[in-house]
Design a protein around this ligand. Structure first.
Ligand code: UDP
Length: 319
């Protein structure tokens, strides 16, 4: 198929773009490079350096869109909510209108566990309440709401994938290793690995007084290659007039302490950890039920081991 991948120069978008090229699709990556890297675009894809508000002729002949381009820092969203509403909701509405005028009726959207907010139970089901606790999650939820409306009104076929904690690296067929390379790194695993490479002296543990076994937050880590594979299945599942929503996680939770311990074992570095205060807006436990995508699309995490995920991220950093 002829496909457009917005945000395909970013971490997750570039892995999906690589897998699409490897599966034989004709891929155009559209990215404004505000946070992405041009060298992450797969060799076999066309690259358009442009914002999603100016997509224009990049949609010519396109049969489906995989939409990753977004602002994604929770802390920044609390400080600058307008930026998040403008980019994430406003940008996506502009994209949806451009898709309508080009007759493109399939979209796979990069949604998030942050749409749920503080969950009432664990693991989280797609039918559970969505009460985001920050503008990032709220802006992503607003897009999900818009997709439901566009599916009903205009016959769009949409699938939203709600990611839990994505980590690891992917080696593309052309040999390039695609990994997290954020200028502002907020995520746990890359920050712990920065200690092991000597870039940082210690890792901060944001709170040890949560109602969990060891007092630190529990998260559900999914390998980026497994996550990306779900997008190819989602593309095939786009059905005109329907908006489907699926969680994507491995179904198992690991605490911040446990993740740091695995990083110590994988890297052989003592990784000093310094206990700090809680980070605003962090729920104690976020674990996905991915039963729905397993049952309906036949997806399964193949690399669910936290050790594999950390080892891949580490090998990508040190190779
Ligand atoms: N975390 C931490 N130190 C860090 C980064 C993150 O203790 O340097 C904690 C964070 O508070 C959360 C968990 O690790 O409980 C996962 O955070 P991350 O930012 O990786 O993902 P999130 O769950 O926020 O999407």
């Amino acid at each position: 198929m002829k496909l457009l991948v917005t945000g395909g120069a970013g971490y997750i978008g570039s892995v999906v773009a690589a897998q699409l090229v490897e599966a034989g699709h004709e891929v155009t990556v559209l990215d404004d490079l505000s946070t992405g890297h041009a060298d992450a675009v797969p060799a076999g894809a066309r690259f358009v350096h442009r914002s999603i508000t100016e997509v224009g002729d990049a949609l010519d002949g396109v049969e489906g869109v995989l939409h990753f381009a977004a602002k994604s820092l929770v802390g920044e969203s609390v400080e600058k909510p307008g930026l998040y509403w403008a980019h994430n909701l406003g940008g996506t509405l502009a994209l949806l209108d451009a898709m309508r005028s080009h007759g493109v009726s399939r979209i796979v959207f990069s949604s998030t566990a942050a749409t749920y907010g503080e969950p009432e139970r664990s693991p989280i089901l797609e039918s559970d309440p969505t009460r985001p606790t920050n503008p990032y999650g709220a802006s992503k939820l607003a897009v999900d709401t818009a997709l439901t409306a566009y599916a009903g009104l205009h016959g769009l076929g949409a699938v939203s994938l709600r990611y839990f904690n994505v980590a690891g690296a992917y080696t593309a067929a052309d040999g390039r290793v695609l990994r997290e390379r954020h200028t502002v790194e907020t995520h746990l695993i890359p920050n712990v690995l920065k200690v092991a490479t000597g870039e940082r002296e210690s890792v901060s543990v944001f709170g040890t007084d949560y109602p969990t076994a060891d007092g630190t937050c529990v998260r559900d880590y999914i390998h980026v290659a497994d996550l990306a594979r779900a997008h190819l299945l989602a593309l095939s599942a786009c059905t005109q007039g329907e908006h489907k929503i699926y969680n994507l996680g491995s179904g198992t939770g690991f605490s911040v302490q446990e993740v740091i311990e695995v990083c110590r074992e994988v890297t052989g570095h003592p990784v000093p950890a310094v206990v700090g205060p809680r980070r605003a807006g962090d729920p104690a436990v976020l674990v996905a039920s991915s039963d729905k995508i397993q049952q309906e699309l036949g997806w399964k995490a193949e690399r669910a081991s936290i050790r594999d995920i950390v080892a891949d991220a580490w090998n990508a950093l040190t190779r």
